[in-house]
Write a protein that binds this ligand. Structure first.
Ligand SMILES: Nc1ncnc2c1ncn2[C@@H]1O[C@H](COP(=O)(O)OP(=O)(O)OP(=O)(O)O)[C@@H](O)[C@H]1O
Ligand SMILES: [Mg+2]
Length: 967
């Protein structure tokens, strides 16, 4: 290897700064809401109902509203604040009229006796869908009188409540009674009137508290409230009772259980699994001793294979992966068919890891509609590198060739939509696992036009990038695909973007969405993704917001009441229960044993004099201070971006270094006082602490005999220019993949880099263009030159190297400039604030919201510390990896042990999630001098002159034998 002077020898320490030294309890009250179809009087949506069942459900004897009488205080408005019941008591309207009225038999016609509660469509469907299963406005019921019990007297004072039942003494002395529990009723409502025949306008849920009620429509929106009712009146509500609520009048249809309200199923409907669906986690299917009886057989079938079908692959093989058989209801719907075992081709199934087998079964059940009725979508949200592609390959190949009813294959055409950097990779994965002879893939590019796909018969699978898809959407719509797979599907999290709406309009109901990024951080995004794969399952956007989002968000507020917390928890649990029927997520722990060990380092780099000077100047800028005075998304981001550029390299602020610098007012202001030696394209190591560290590390790695390669990741292409210039200066061979790399070049670059015999030493990767999906296992080291606000983006980047197929020990480095915004961003990540709904993505400027206090903190430079983050931990260790005298940092997780000791391996379990404060506390904490005994990484050691602090952690795994397909 070429011997050259180490950059650390060329860089003078003098160019750097000298080293641093060192509620009020509420009475129980109830709310009522409109059942979106779940009243006990109705059958469970999943049950198949006989006509008799249905009749019994819709025949409801009941009582009717009585004439006009005194009303409690009621209102329609959502603006009227419902006071605490204590207050309410003071407002109670005296309601003690002694008069009684009698309902005459004459008001009831015989036909009224059979009251058709037609509010709910009795559908065979699994879920009750608002808008489909709720009563439609305008539905007239002339049954009001019919629901009155005949000849009974009613307390007019209690007027709107149901009549007193015979033998029941009207309650008196309310003030001595225990406040009743909150109750919930399914009701119909209409405008208040004296008309005999009510024209019910819709369903609702009535929440009855001690003396007050709340009326919510089927989407969970409040449409009325009332207060000052008599305890006895509310206590005696029954089916058929009527009650005024604001300017509305409601009639009780049935009561709703507290559980149904708590879960929200009274609004959204219950989503039950298909009766015969097996639990997901099951042992590998065993061959069955007997063939299941055929439900029915087409009478006209005479061919032997139709009447006596055999599975395509032997289900009796010991390692056979046999798909679950259709549940009985599914079989009924295909009553002319025989059932035959669907067995995954052993050529593929032999390679599947246990979690992948489970994933294939899950996907199969979802797209076949076995897990739930009427839905055929699934989200496979396994963490990065778990082999989602292989699971899809196994699914596609199975569905293309087999059918449980032994008719025609379940799918004939499959559409795979991926980011442009992954189209070729999908082709390669199909070939890798199936071989070219089994299946060929049609990758849309300049040579293979989307519209020509229909003209060829060789390949049933089209792979297309999202960008290309937008251009060819019309042609693709006409091609009629039976299964659609959207890779890195979190980009569809916003239903309004063109890609999502165009993909949604493709008439293909079997949809699989793949994403390695967590879904649960933004509940609206979760809704958008679910709505894409299984439209309607979570109700309308409005009902989802009222029923799930608002209560869940409210329960997470620090000032939330106990009642709000309980409701939020149960709604979240219900949401989880519903989505778990079609969302599967496994963490990297399931493949850790197949992966080599990895070491992680957070490296705090010493700022140069130039950096400190420019940083200070930027902080003093007018533009930045006006941003503090009146924060707004765009200016804040621009200010943060400017500071981050100083951290990466101050020459990036020279005008014309990138497009941003031309646009930004702040940068224009900064450019005026930039030291004159900083020029575009002249990126000296002596001007940037991070570049100096990187330079030393690259040199050490290049000079070593290990022949290791490294991936360098940045969020900015301009920063990649800086690193590219460094590589050029030292003649390091390098490849680069960023947004400007043509799609067809991307996989070529990846393949070339991964090739063991290639000389390419550095792979420069833009986190945005290539952070997801790529396999860069040719490198065993990866360095994140800067961080993203979203920790998931960083995790995605790191997973490019530490993934299945990697055989060497992996080293992951993150560079931060000490005391600067770099550290602040990192702290937000470890404090789990990165995604907490305030900062989601710096690219989405309109979504960035900081408080003034947060901004002040972000815009403060701490030049007197070796590691602000270590200070934040309040750790009193010896900073040489040794043990702290006593753990002064309050650990939330008792199981985390303090492990500043050398050689100790963190017991941190999650290797794939963002490191937390607790976990960081248990890492090794290292301050200079960095001897090799302390640092244990010769690359870092080479750069130790420019490092102020290091956090390091080693995750060792029991390495299982790595099985690769024989290709
Ligand atoms: N069972 C297996 N045996 C060996 N290698 C496997 C296996 N499953 C997957 N791999 C390999 O692991 C690598 C990662 O798989 P894949 O790209 O499908 O991951 P992923 O889940 O899509 O991750 P990401 O979210 O990062 O896209 C690929 O190179 C793939 O070929
Ligand atoms: Mg992938």
């Amino acid at each position: 290897m070429r011997r050259s002077a180490a950059p650390s020898q060329l860089l003078k320490r003098s160019q750097f700064r000298p080293p641093f030294v060192g509620g009020v309890a509420k009475r129980p009250c109830l709310e009522v809401k409109t059942p979106s179809g779940q009243s006990p009087g109705l059958c469970k949506p999943t049950q198949v109902r006989s006509p008799k069942d249905i009749l019994s459900l819709i025949q409801t004897p009941g009582s009717a509203p009585l004439g006009n009488c005194e009303h409690p205080h009621t209102s329609d408005s959502t603006n009227t604040a419902l006071t605490d019941d204590d207050t309410l008591e003071k407002n109670i309207v005296p309601d003690d009229s002694p008069s009684q009225s009698t309902i005459s038999d004459q008001t009831v016609s015989p036909s009224d006796k059979l009251y058709l509660q037609s509010s709910y469509s009795v559908s065979n469907s699994n879920n009750l869908v608002p808008g489909r299963d709720f009563v439609r406005p305008g539905h007239t019921q002339s049954h009001a009188s019919a629901r009155r019990p005949l000849g009974q007297t009613v307390q007019p004072g209690a007027v709107w409540s149901r009549q007193v039942r015979p033998g029941v003494t009207p309650p008196t002395g309310e003030e001595n009674q225990e406040p009743p529990q909150t109750k919930y009723y399914s009701v119909v409502w209409c405008k208040r009137s004296n008309k005999k025949h009510k024209k019910w306008e819709g369903d609702a849920v009535l929440i009855v508290k001690t003396r007050s009620v709340v009326l919510k429509d089927t989407e969970g929106r409040e449409i009325g409230r009332g207060m000052g009712y008599k305890l006895a009146d509310l206590a005696s509500l029954q089916d058929g009772s009527t009650l005024p609520v604001g300017s509305k009048e409601v009639e009780i249809q049935s009561s709703i259980s507290a559980e149904s309200f708590a879960s929200g199923s009274c609004f959204i409907g219950e989503m039950e699994p298909s009766p015969a669906t097996q639990p997901l986690v099951r042992p590998r299917p065993k061959p069955k001793p007997f063939r299941l009886p055929t439900l029915s057989r087409p009478s006209h079938t005479t061919e032997n294979n139709r009447s006596n079908p055999t599975p395509l692959f032997d289900p009796a093989r010991p390692d056979a992966l046999v798909m679950p058989r259709p549940p009985s209801q599914h079989q009924w719907q295909n009553s002319n068919s025989v059932v035959v075992d669907v067995v995954v081709d052993p050529h593929v199934s032999g390679h599947l890891r246990p979690h992948q087998q489970e994933g294939v079964v899950f996907l199969y059940e979802c797209v076949m509609g076995y897990r739930t009725h009427d839905t055929n979508g699934a989200i496979l949200a396994d963490e990065m590198g778990l082999g989602k592609t292989l699971q899809c390959v196994a699914l596609v190949w199975t569905l293309l060739k087999q059918d449980p009813y032994h008719q025609r294959p379940v799918v004939r055409r499959v559409l795979v939509v991926t980011p442009s950097s992954l189209t070729v990779n999908w082709g390669k994965e199909f070939t890798k696992w199936l071989g070219r002879s089994r299946l060929q893939v049609y990758i849309v590019d300049q040579n293979n036009k989307a519209e020509n796909f229909g003209k060829q018969t060789i390949s049933p699978v089209m792979v297309i990038s999202y960008e290309m898809f937008i251009r060819c959407a019309q042609a693709i719509k006409e091609l009629k695909f039976d299964l659609m797979i959207c890779d890195e599907g979190h980009r569809l999290k916003n239903a309004n973007i063109k890609t999502a709406s165009l993909l949604g309009s493709i008439g293909c109901k079997r949809r699989v969405l793949l994403t390695g990024t967590p879904l649960q951080n933004d509940i609206q995004e979760l809704y958008a993704l679910v709505e894409f794969v299984n439209p309607g399952v979570l109700g309308s956007s409005a009902s989802f917001r009222h029923v799930y989002e608002d209560p869940i968000v409210a329960s997470q507020q620090p000032q939330s009441t106990e009642e709000e917390r309980q409701l939020g928890t149960s709604r979240a649990a219900q949401l989880n229960r519903i989505t778990s029927m079609f969302i599967l997520r496994r963490t990297q722990e399931v493949i850790n044993r197949y992966l080599p060990a990895k070491s992680e380092y957070v490296v705090f780099c010493q700022p140069t004099e130039t950096q400190l000077e420019v940083y200070h100047r930027v902080l003093g800028c007018r533009g930045l201070n006006s941003c503090l005075a009146a924060p707004n998304g765009t200016d804040t981001l621009s200010a943060l971006m400017t500071l981050r550029k100083v951290c990466n390299h101050p020459a990036l602020l020279a005008r014309g270094a990138d497009e941003e610098t031309v646009k930004s007012e702040l940068i224009k202001e900064v450019a005026a006082f930039l030291p004159s030696h900083l020029e575009v394209g002249k990126y000296e190591e002596t001007d940037s602490g991070k570049l100096a560290v990187l330079s030393c590390m690259l040199w050490a790695l290049h000079e070593s005999e290990t022949r290791e390669k490294i991936v360098v990741v940045s969020n900015y292409t301009s920063t990649l220019d800086v690193v590219a210039a460094l590589c050029k200066q030292y003649s390091y061979t390098h490849l680069r993949l960023d947004g400007s790399t043509p799609t067809h070049r991307r996989q070529q670059l990846v393949d070339r880099f991964n090739c063991a015999t290639s000389n390419d030493f550095v792979f420069l990767l833009s986190a945005r263009a290539g952070g997801v999906g790529l396999n860069l296992v040719g490198a065993s080291r990866i360095l994140l030159y800067d961080l993203d606000w979203n920790p998931a983006t960083d995790l995605q980047a790191m997973a490019r190297v530490w993934r299945d197929g990697q055989r060497k020990k992996v080293h992951i480095y993150r560079l931060l400039l000490t005391g600067t915004v770099d550290e602040k961003m990192y702290q937000r990540q470890i404090k789990k604030q990165g995604l907490s709904g305030t900062v989601v993505d710096a690219r989405e400027s309109q979504r960035v919201h900081f408080s003034v206090q947060e901004l002040k903190d972000l815009f403060t430079l701490h030049s007197d510390t070796a590691c602000l983050t270590h200070d934040l931990l309040q750790c009193e260790c010896d900073q040489q990896g040794g043990q702290a005298p006593a753990a002064s940092y309050t650990q939330q997780d008792d199981t985390t042990h303090r492990a500043c000791q050398l050689g100790s391996t963190s017991t941190t379990k999650s290797t794939s999630s963002t490191t937390t404060m607790d976990q960081l506390y248990s890492w090794h904490h290292l301050a200079p001098p960095f001897s090799s005994a302390v640092v244990k990484d010769w690359c870092l050691e080479a750069a130790s002159d420019f490092i102020t602090f290091i956090f390091s952690n080693e995750a060792r795994t029991e390495v299982a034998p790595i099985s690769s397909p024989s290709l």
